[in-house]
Each structure stands twice: as structure tokens, then as C-alpha cells.
Design a protein around this ligand. Structure first.
Ligand code: CU
Length: 119
């Protein structure tokens, strides 16, 4: 009886892996990207920009200047996420920020000009 149970478990595991379940989860990618910013206003702006279609999680840390993103690689790419963030005025990974958007950031968010703020 115990052997039968083990055999059923083994069959169950096989059918899960052959049904594409393993593939499904491998499409979900987790990456860390350097994003420049200074304050909690930056955090909100960066995370809002990172949440494009296909992004499950986006969490930016002001101390490490790192954005952790979890996304579905079938629906979006890391490059698209970086482009979206750069479009709001923040350097993201290999993508340099949109200069016009950077100039329009609140002065406390001007990370390239030694800005420091308490927001
Ligand atoms: Cu800011």
C-alpha cells in the first residue's frame, strides 16, 4: 500500500513537469537594475514607471539605488521596463534618462546635481 502511494506520487510529479508547468514558471524573471534617484517621490515615480504590462513586482530602494523587478518574459522585456523608467527622467540600467524629463523633475529629485531632500 505504501509502495503504491509512492508510485502515485512519482506519476503525479512526472505529469506536472510534462504538462508545461515548469516552463510556465521559467517565464517569470526576477532582475535587479540600477536606477538613480534621491527620495520617496523618486521611488513612487520609478515604481509607477516600472509597472508596465507584464510586470508583477517593482520595488526600488533609495539606499542601494536598485530596482528589483519581477516580470513575465513573454509579455515584456527588461529593456522595455528600463525605457519606461528613463522616459520619466531617471537613468535605468543601460538606458540614459530623457534629458527634457530630467530637467522637469522637482529640484530635490535632480540626482545628477547633488540633490538631497527629506521627502
Ligand atoms: Cu525625488
Amino acid at each position: 500500500m505504501k509502495n503504491l502511494f509512492i508510485a502515485m506520487m512519482a506519476i503525479g510529479t512526472l505529469s506536472i513537469s510534462s504538462s508545461g508547468f515548469a516552463q510556465e514558471t521559467s517565464k517569470i524573471k526576477s532582475e535587479t537594475v540600477k536606477v538613480k534617484g534621491v527620495c520617496s517621490m523618486c521611488k513612487k515615480r520609478i515604481e509607477d514607471a516600472a509597472y508596465i504590462k507584464g510586470v508583477k513586482r517593482a520595488d526600488w530602494d533609495v539606499k542601494t539605488q536598485e530596482l528589483k523587478v519581477v516580470y513575465n518574459a513573454d509579455k515584456t522585456t527588461l529593456d522595455k521596463i528600463e525605457q519606461s523608467i528613463a522616459h520619466t527622467g531617471h537613468d535605468a540600467g543601460n538606458v540614459v534618462a530623457d534629458k527634457e524629463k530630467y530637467k522637469k523633475l522637482p529640484s530635490c529629485c535632480a540626482y545628477n546635481d547633488g540633490a538631497e531632500c527629506s521627502h
